[in-house]
Structure formats: C-alpha cells, structure tokens
Design a protein around this ligand. Structure first.
Ligand SMILES: *[C@@H]1O[C@H](CO)[C@@H](O)[C@H](O)[C@H]1NC(C)=O
Ligand SMILES: *[C@@H]1O[C@H](CO)[C@@H](O)[C@H](O)[C@H]1NC(C)=O
Ligand SMILES: *[C@@H]1O[C@H](CO)[C@@H](O)[C@H](O)[C@H]1NC(C)=O
Ligand SMILES: *[C@@H]1O[C@H](CO)[C@@H](O)[C@H](O)[C@H]1NC(C)=O
Length: 324
C-alpha cells in the first residue's frame, strides 16, 4: 500500500467515524422523543392527577400492551338498584356500560336486588349470573324506602373483603348507588374523581335542585358515591340501623350528618342532571360535560340521549351489516 492511500484510508476512517457518531446522536434523540412521549402517555393514562379527556393521548390505548399499574388505577363499583324481573332493563344497561371502557379506572357495574321470590327467577337470574356474573342479591325483601340502600352498602364489606393476601384493599375506592333510569358516562365520572380525595368522600347531585352547596342537604338518589371508608362505617355504625325508613337518599344524608362523615364533598351539578323534558329546576340541557343524565324513563329519552353523545359513532364498518 502506498503511503498516500494509507492517508486516504485514515481520512475515510475518520469521516465514517464522524458520520457514525452523528448517526448515533440522531438515533439517541429519536429514542428520547419516543421515550418522552411514552412517559407523557403513561402520565396521562395512568396518573391519579386530573385526567383531561379532551387532551387525548398520542397513542390509542388499545395499541399498547402496557398493563396499567394497579396502584394508580381507581376502582369503582356502580351498584344499580333494580328488581329481579327487570330482565330487559338489565340487558339494555349491560350494552350501555359494556360499550364504555374508561381509561385510568376499573369500573364494575352490578345489578342489585333483594331475595328472589318466584320459581322462574331462580332459573333466569341464575343463568344471567352464569353468563355475566354482575348481580348482587341482598338478604332482604324488595322495598324502595325501607332499608334496601342500607342493606346494599352494609353488605359490601363482607362480600368483597377476603383474607386472601393477594386481594387489594380497599376492594373499591368508591361505591356508587345508582338508579336504573340513569345514564352514567364512565370516562367523565372517572375524570371527575381523579383529583378528589379517596377518603371520607360524599359525591353527587345535591338536593335541593337550585343549591350548589354540597353540605346542604344531601345527594340525590339518581346516583351518589361514597369512598370505601364510609361503606365500612355504614356497615359498623348504629346510626343507620336506628333510622331506616324514609326516602333513601335523604336518610343517607342524615346518617352522614349525624355520624359526621363525608367531610369531603363534591357537588357534580350540572354535570349530573335530570333529562331536559319536562323542564324543572332540576333539569339541564344535554351538554358535552355530562357525567350522568337522570329520569330516562322512556326509550325515546334514552335514544335522544345516546344520539346526542354519539355513542354509536365508533361502530366498525363491516360487510356483515349496513346501518345508515
Ligand atoms: C382540557 O384540555 C383542553 C385543551 O387542551 C382545555 O381547553 C380544557 O380547558 C381542559 N379541561 C380541563 C378540565 O382541564
Ligand atoms: C333471603 O333468602 C335467604 C336465603 O334463602 C334467607 O335465609 C333469608 O331469610 C331471606 N331474607 C328475607 C328477608 O326474606
Ligand atoms: C377469614 O378469616 C376468618 C376469621 O379470621 C375465618 O373464619 C375465615 O375462614 C377466613 N376466610 C378465608 C376465606 O380464609
Ligand atoms: C357528536 O358528533 C357531532 C358530529 O360529528 C358533533 O358535532 C358533536 O359535537 C358530537 N357531540 C358530542 C357530545 O361529542
């Protein structure tokens, strides 16, 4: 090899090293960007901080297989008080909630009623449980304002607390009592809960309707929520046991006042409201920032509500059907 060739080779070597280093730098910076966005995504999707649903993450949640860290995931039980014979209502509500998959929370919707009383129920409800496992049967006789709500809340600790060491505590951070004529929008519910305390919380639509003060007087029976510590208190305290008769939502508020519970309160009005027709002081127009709409007593009202919130917009196109 001639000396000049050797010099040329050396220069080439230095040059290629130089480009290689530049290449490494570019690679590193790309990775950093990727890592950053992943980090940001992780924060938006899983952090307990306020979750802004309009600021959607860069990556669709179902394209990523990271399991959400269970420590920051909110666990919510929604118990919908209904009657054993309301099969169609349960079928409908299963579709309503089965098609929502909120980010940042695990939401279990369960239907709650008292003892079965008919032979056909024992077959049909048992089949539902085998298929869906979303039913809670309390030890009570059906009643509305005679302690069913108390039986519901006070039965939960024994139902869900086990001494298996791998079970999480609390089994649910929050427990909702809801009516079967309410439509909950789960992502908005979860987002509203993210910044709130997980202890001693009483959340809902405060009654009377014009009031915006969550301490005056109580949360409407359309759907209210308490933290797990209050559920445990309800199960242990003598205060509710002495006072079971009356409108369930009002006496629930009375128990908390007498027991000095629910120091943290959140009035979700006007994200929760009664269906706009007929207008009263408790109604509100349908609007995007909605957590719950109440008094959906007819199919027509449900359809108008579901249409307003575009719930079927994401239906996948297919050769198998056409819906225009
Ligand atoms: C959510 O984000 C949007 C746009 O980034 C902003 O306009 C809106 O005020 C945010 N909402 C909340 C509740 O932070
Ligand atoms: C409900 O059913 C259970 C089991 O059959 C029974 O032990 C209980 O007494 C019933 N409760 C009421 C209030 O009827
Ligand atoms: C849980 O603990 C109680 C009392 O310590 C005991 O009677 C019960 O059998 C335990 N249950 C299970 C599932 O281990
Ligand atoms: C439903 O979709 C329409 C048409 O795309 C849009 O204008 C409207 O804002 C959507 N409504 C809600 C509540 O997201």
């Amino acid at each position: 090899m001639k000396p000049s060739n050797r010099v040329l080779d050396g220069q080439r070597f230095i040059l290629s090293c130089f480009f290689f280093i530049i290449f490494l730098c570019i690679l590193a910076s790309i990775n950093e960007v990727r890592f950053d966005s992943l980090l940001k995504f992780g924060q938006c999707a899983f952090s307990p901080g306020p979750h802004n649903s309009s600021a959607s993450p860069l990556i669709e949640p179902n394209t990523i297989s990271l399991p959400p860290p269970s420590s920051s995931e909110i666990r919510i039980l929604i118990g919908i008080l209904t009657l054993p014979d309301h099969y169609h209502k349960r079928h409908f509500l299963r579709m309503i909630y089965g098609t929502q998959s909120p980010i940042g929370a695990r939401v279990d919707v369960k239907f709650v009623f008292c003892n079965l009383t008919k032979e056909d129920q024992k077959v049909l409800v048992a089949l539902e449980i085998m298929r869906y496992d979303d039913i809670i049967i309390l030890d009570c006789r059906e009643n509305m304002n005679n302690g069913k709500t108390y039986t519901y809340f006070s039965s939960l600790p024994e139902m869900f607390l086990s001494n298996e060491s791998n079970s999480q505590y609390p089994p649910y951070h929050y427990v909702v009592k809801g009516d079967d004529d309410v439509y909950f929008r789960l992502q908005n519910l979860v987002d509203s809960l993210a910044p709130l305390p997980r202890q001693d919380l009483y959340y809902g639509y405060v009654i009377p309707c014009p009031s915006m003060d969550p301490f005056v007087h109580y949360m409407s029976g359309m759907g209210y929520l308490v933290s797990w510590d209050i559920v445990e208190w309800l199960a242990e305290s003598d205060i509710p046991k002495k006072h079971l008769e009356g409108p369930e939502d009002k006496i629930f508020g009375d128990w908390l006042r007498e027991g000095r519970r629910g120091k943290n309160r959140y009035n979700a009005k006007w994200a929760m409201y009664n269906y706009p027709e007929p207008p009263t002081r408790c109604t509100h127009e349908l609007w995007p920032d909605t957590i719950a709409v109440h008094l959906l007593k007819t199919q027509e009202k449900w359809i108008r509500t579901l249409n307003y919130f575009n719930v079927t917009r994401d239906l996948k196109p297919s050769k198998l059907y056409h819906i225009s």
